[in-house]
Design a protein around this ligand. Structure first.
Ligand code: ADP
Length: 154
């Protein structure tokens, strides 16, 4: 069984994340969207809220499940029997960062391979950071969010 873990903060989950997962569905038997919990990090949305949104987006996709984890990503992958990590590349700075993380995960992990998908051009400027800034500034984040996900105005 080919299982991939797609790790991230997903604060919040964007159309860019959604597009990546949908393109990866034919490549794997199971994809676990794993929300990493870092006690040092402040999040805009609660874990429960982030989980609920992602579950809603993939409600009709049985290969995709949502989980949360607190340990090292590589150790979490061994726990769930995943040999693949899924990550997205939007630009050169993603590449520089992801290259290091992927090499570390290959060392720490047990037969763990990172699979990268290049973002589609129309989503390559989408990020959770941009969405949070729009929300904080009182703007409308809906063009950046998966269909059916509505963030109440603050
Ligand atoms: P992290 O907290 O690890 O940065 P994110 O939630 O920001 O997690 O992103 C998780 C993954 O999704 C990363 O691999 C990132 O490159 C990818 N990603 C984010 N936005 C996009 C996008 N618009 N298109 C493709 N991949 C994306």
């Amino acid at each position: 069984m080919k299982t991939a873990v797609f790790p991230g903060s997903f604060d919040p989950f964007t159309k860019g994340h959604e597009e990546l997962v949908r393109r990866a569905v034919p490549l794997f038997d199971k994809i676990i969207i794993a929300i990493g919990i870092n006690s040092q990090k402040k999040y805009l949305f609660s874990l429960a809220q982030r989980t609920e949104w992602i579950e809603k987006v993939f409600a009709n996709e049985p290969k995709v499940i949502v989980d949360t984890y607190e340990k090292l990503t590589a150790h979490y992958c061994s726990d769930v029997g995943a040999n693949y990590l899924l990550r997205g590349l939007r630009n050169a700075s993603d590449f520089d960062y992801e290259k290091t993380i992927s090499q570390l995960n290959a060392m720490v992990g047990d037969d763990l391979e990172t699979i990268f998908l290049i973002s589609e051009p129309q989503y390559s400027h989408f990020s959770s950071t941009i969405v949070r800034e729009i929300i904080k500034g009182g703007g409308d984040p809906s063009p950046f969010l998966p269909q059916g996900i509505a963030i109440p105005k603050r």
